[in-house]
Design a protein around this ligand. Structure first.
Ligand code: DHB
Ligand code: FE
Length: 286
């Protein structure tokens, strides 16, 4: 691997946001939307509005404040940042409600940077990466099992992650399409071994409306380093999750509130300084 350092181009919030909005629209028919009954829309919308009204009364919200909020909401949409804002500040609770009864591997949020249709690999593989990909090499291996302990042959691990600068391919300039993404199929023993690099923590783009809110509220914008996965097995319930790294920053104060103790990896370093870790997934029955 070359040590040549290329200059990193920081993506603008607007470019990242509009790419995230486009990705949501493209994924939505497959992954994100279901049919929602009029009765549910009515009940939930009524309740959300009632809680906004209560906050306005509680804080004696003024007209300038109302107009500033309206302006900000318009800007979030114009910058395409609704996927980023919602997945950071809302999705974790939807995930907790959705996966409350699950007994296998814990879930975590999907986030805005999933792209379907990535390159397919057999159980032992190296994720697509640039010849000079920065970051500590990481081998992530394990087995996909059912709740009865049986191996799941032909399970597919859809994996995606940020690079060593915290950026995702498809959402930042100068990263080739499909970089650090793949769909890995387990062998007859349910096993996989994925070679990749250690991702960096992720920071929400700071130069857009979401970043503006974080700045005025004096909140940090960071998520701990993580691998994203959707694990699918025929006859099993899919799990969308993330795996984190012990000892890294932001584990205890993830801006997206999406960490769980069961999802923290503790890779060991080999003599060459490379990282290796084993993690088994347990899929609930469909
Ligand atoms: C967001 C980004 C992520 O990488 C992630 O895992 C979850 C949320 C976001 O910016 O909304
Ligand atoms: Fe992420």
């Amino acid at each position: 691997m070359s040590t040549e350092q290329t200059e990193v181009v920081r993506p603008t919030a607007e470019a990242t946001g509009s790419a995230a909005t486009r990705a949501f629209r493209e994924n939505a028919p497959r992954e994100a939307t279901g049919s929602v009954s009029a009765a549910r829309v009515s009940a939930i919308a009524r309740d959300v509005l009632a809680r906004i009204h209560a906050a306005i009364r509680e804080h004696d919200v003024t007209y300038p404040e109302y107009q500033a909020a309206k302006q900000w909401l318009i800007e979030v949409g114009e910058a395409g940042e609704w996927p980023i804002f919602l997945d950071v500040f809302v999705e974790s609770v939807v995930e907790q409600v959705h996966n409350a009864e699950r007994v296998g591997t814990k879930g975590s949020i999907l986030g805005p940077y999933y792209l379907a249709g990535q390159k397919a690999f057999a159980g032992r593989c190296t994720l697509p990466m640039r010849p000079n990909e920065q970051g500590t090499p990481l081998v992530f291996e394990g087995q996909v099992k059912g709740t009865g302990g049986e191996p799941v042959a032909g399970a597919v691990l859809d994996v995606w992650q940020a690079d060593a600068n915290g950026y995702y391919s498809g959402f930042a300039p100068d990263i080739p399409d499909g970089n650090l993404r793949g769909a890995v199929t387990t062998g007859s023993d349910g096993r996989f071994e994925i070679s990749t690099i250690q991702p960096a923590p992720y920071e929400i783009p700071k130069d857009g409306p979401t970043g503006k809110l974080l700045a005025v509220a004096d909140w940090h914008a960071w998520r701990p380093a993580h691998l994203h996965l959707i694990v699918r097995g025929s006859g099993y319930s899919n799990i969308t999750t993330q795996l984190y790294f012990a000892g890294g920053p932001w584990l205890d104060n993830d801006v997206a509130s999406a960490t769980k103790p069961e999802l923290i990896l503790a890779p060991k370093r080999d003599e060459g300084g490379n990282l290796r870790v084993t993690y088994d997934f347990v899929l609930d029955p469909a």
